[in-house]
Write a protein that binds this ligand. Sequence first.
Ligand SMILES: Cc1ncc(COP(=O)(O)O)c(C=O)c1O
Length: 491
Amino acid sequence: MSSEDGQRATPYLDAISAYAARVPARLHVPGHKGGAGADAGLIETVGEQALAVDIPALTYGIDLGPEPTPFEEAQRLAAEAWGARRTWFLINGASQGNLAAGLALAHQGTEVVVQRNAHSSTIDSLVMSGLRPTFVSPELDPELGIAHCLTPVALDVALAATPGAAGAWVVSPTYFGAAADVRGLVEVAHAHGVALIVDEAWGAHMAFHEALPEHALAAGADLVISSTHKIVGSMTQSAMLHLGHEPLLGEDTVDRAVTLTESTSPSSLLFGSLDAARRQAAVAGRELLEHSMAALAQAREEILAIDGLDVLDERLVGRPGVHGYDPLRLAVDVRGVNASGYELAVLLREIDDINLELYGQNVIVAVFGMGERGMPEAARLVHALREAVSRVGLDPHGEHASFAAPPPWGELAMTPREAYLGAQEVVPADQAVGRIAAESLATYPPGIPNVLPGERLTAETLAYIRGTLELGGSIRGASDRRLRTVRVVVE
Ligand SMILES: Cc1ncc(COP(=O)(O)O)c(C=O)c1O
């Protein structure tokens, strides 16, 4: 059987389905017993079959018994489909992948180079692992007010300044679809003798069409975090962690880190959905992506024809920090209309129940799945955008778009772990200058954290955050989203 034929199989999905079909004596958890003991409302909402295949771990014939078990075989097929040395199925999202990645790296050393605007789960991983970060700024797009990716040159400088680094940790593609020069980043990391971890949460589909930016494993990354549920279409909370082929990270170390970060009762529905999504991607992904890309190209053209709107597309490639563009995101530049992205998001909901993935001051983002057929929702978005723009009118000067570049972040006075676990107090923001932050403060736009746990708060940074809030921006991570108070470490 060729590997292509092999990819048609779904061993795990078949095994849970066969177990349910046998009507076994379920003398194990979960207590709803395949649905027999479930609330009628739950059965009506999720369906009988979903409950019938809700089967615990360590069930003979599924993940116990003669090897390879269907569970092992399903993960092997995923590793083959993405080109990994080994793949782990995750049931706590790409967030779990980031947590496990930090714990695995902490076996190799105590320091790490991290892209500044990493996902919050990466910062949580620094707390869990105790790693001391050297942060590197991604490239900022002053025009759009968003952050792109990290360049190989910036990574080189950061690694040279961190000779004890155990690895480097970057994000690609971004929420907005910009992809990094991962091949260049790999070269730099390997030249410094360290592993490159790529948070490819938004790029699981990129392995299945040559017109998309090269995916991180193909570019030589050592550990890749993949949020399979985001675009490839497994169920929410399911994800994968892929190990690359260079021997810079140990398979057993990653395995233990995955175990440490996962429930002892993983959901068979989530695992089954990963097995199924892998089959769909491997067998039909190319054709599905072809179709999705064509439908989205048309939607982009229609949006471009609406006065006041622009779209993000491959024209971004070549700007600092943008090596490729992933068209599976429909990101719309709204600077030319007389409303912010925040206001437009509300209006789109009112006009036609349009629910966006992300909206900021200047850009709104709609996400499309790899397997969507017909894409009627793209047309619905275009129509609602046309209506929204006709209601708010144009802003030829794009005045609401100006945001100053953020000041440099403060000195790292202790590790994120020490700050998180240390004694803390909440103080008025105007008394927080010089104190060590115990929480993150990240202003949007552009979403790069201004403050992370363990860093000293500066007057400049606090003034910048206040200014961004006054301009209509927001902060994430803060316990007080109006910045009246800040949580700091008691020294
Ligand atoms: C870059 C990045 N990494 C990780 C995550 C976490 O993914 P998940 O929600 O699957 O845990 C996200 C979520 O949006 C993300 O954007």
